[in-house]
Design a protein around this ligand. Structure first.
Ligand code: ATP
Ligand code: MG
Length: 366
């Protein structure tokens, strides 16, 4: 590997156990390129914060190496790593004004006084909080405090920024706004970001790549659309977005698709990322936005509408299909006129390419 392509951060076979028994991070191999925005996404307790804390230097790996810019940093103290950090409740210093909070890391890094003043001013401009420079944190809203925390993490222009659920405490509108702001800063300053969230839409909006964690193991890593469209196991498929989950038994391969049979005897056509031997108990996952009403070539079944639910930008039509189970379809608002009513007999269908089959016992992928 040449110096040009060497990643900025490498987790090389990293394990972590807090008590010497339970491994909360297991054999982690992760590379982060310079300038990349990588998000760790996964359910509560899956090891995201632990991973971030090991990179930050607040926790030591139990085994394996962490490399930054070509150097092993397992035992390097946090302050020497020079990372910017933002946490969900990363308290600002309450006795300092906003401007003093921003100047603090610069003083720690021994910047000259005029340089500090200039950088604080630029940081305030960046987060559009010039007008509150002389206030103390308690006099700011939650969102304003979070923006100051963000600016404080970036004011000394670190190469690497670590963020752990930095927007978790904000309301949806402010969160959406801050997501764009962070993404823009990342692009403008060329920052390398390791971001932690359990909110999948946040991960999808912001990241170059997403690493899906479950039970201390990376289940899949890739660009957001790959992880969403081509899940490698049932955990990823179910964690990312909504799914219809159908039970079936694998049969024969037919061209690029696999034939499966439901307990009621219906035949399904699906893709199988892992080969499924005939007779294996399986689950077939189909996203509601892939289900259409009416007749179609593959996976076409008759049912009765059980419910129609109106959402902001789409309708959810729930159909009881005796041969396969309950199927939810999403209909765009523009298709409203096609929408049936409760009790109507309808047909549903979805393409063979839009259904994925996994072994029934592969839920954790572990
Ligand atoms: N300091 C600690 N001492 C002992 N166990 C810990 C410690 N910190 C975390 N754990 C345990 O390690 C596991 C992983 O925790 P971690 O905080 O990394 O999860 P997470 O993915 O960040 O979850 P969340 O989304 O809830 O923040 C959990 O089982 C947790 O209870
Ligand atoms: Mg956490």
């Amino acid at each position: 590997m040449t110096a040009d392509t060497a990643p900025l951060v490498v987790f090389d076979g990293v394990h972590k156990s807090y008590d010497g028994k339970v491994q909360v991070v297991k054999d982690l191999h992760l590379r982060i390129d310079e300038g990349e925005f990588l998000t760790l996404l996964g359910p509560s307790g899956s090891g995201k914060t632990t991973t971030l804390m090991m990179l930050a230097g607040f926790e030591e790996p139990s085994a394996g190496d962490i490399i930054f810019d070509g150097r092993r940093i397992n035992n390097m103290p946090t302050y020497k790593r020079n990372f910017g950090m933002v946490f969900q409740n990363y308290a600002l210093f309450p006795h300092m004004t906003v401007a003093e909070n921003l100047a603090f890391p610069l003083r720690m890094h021994r910047f000259a006084k005029p340089e500090i003043a200039g950088r604080v001013k630029r940081a305030l401009d960046m987060i559009r909080l010039d007008s509150v420079a002389d206030r103390r944190p308690i006099q700011l809203s939650g969102g304003q405090q979070q923006r100051v925390a963000l600016a404080r993490a970036l004011v000394f222009e670190p190469r690497m920024v670590l963020m752990d659920e930095p927007l978790g405490a904000l309301d949806k509108q402010l969160r959406d706004h801050m997501q764009l702001e962070i993404r823009e800063l990342h692009e403008r300053l060329g920052l390398t970001v390791l971001y932690v969230t359990h909110d999948q839409s946040e991960a999808m909006t912001m990241s170059d790549r997403v690493a899906i964690f479950n039970d201390g193991l990376v289940q899949q890593i890739g660009p957001p659309d790959m992880v969403y469209d081509k899940p490698q196991n049932a955990f990823v498929a179910r964690f990312m977005g909504e799914n219809n989950v159908l039970s079936a038994v694998a049969g024969q391969v037919d061209g690029v698709s696999l034939r499966l049979r439901t307990p009621a005897g219906a035949e399904l056509l699906a893709q199988a990322p892992d080969k499924l031997a005939a007779g294996v108990a399986s689950q077939v996952l189909v996203r509601p936005e892939q289900v259409a009403l009416g007749t179609g070539k593959d996976n076409c079944f008759s049912g009765v509408v059980a419910d129609v639910i109106y959402h902001g930008n789409h309708l959810r039509v729930v159909v009881d299909v005796p041969q396969v189970g309950r199927i939810t379809a999403h209909l765009a608002k523009s298709e409203c006129h096609l929408c049936p009513s409760e009790g109507d007999g309808v047909q549903v269908n979805w393409p063979a390419t839009a259904a994925v089959a996994f072994p029934a016992d592969s839920e954790t992928g572990a």
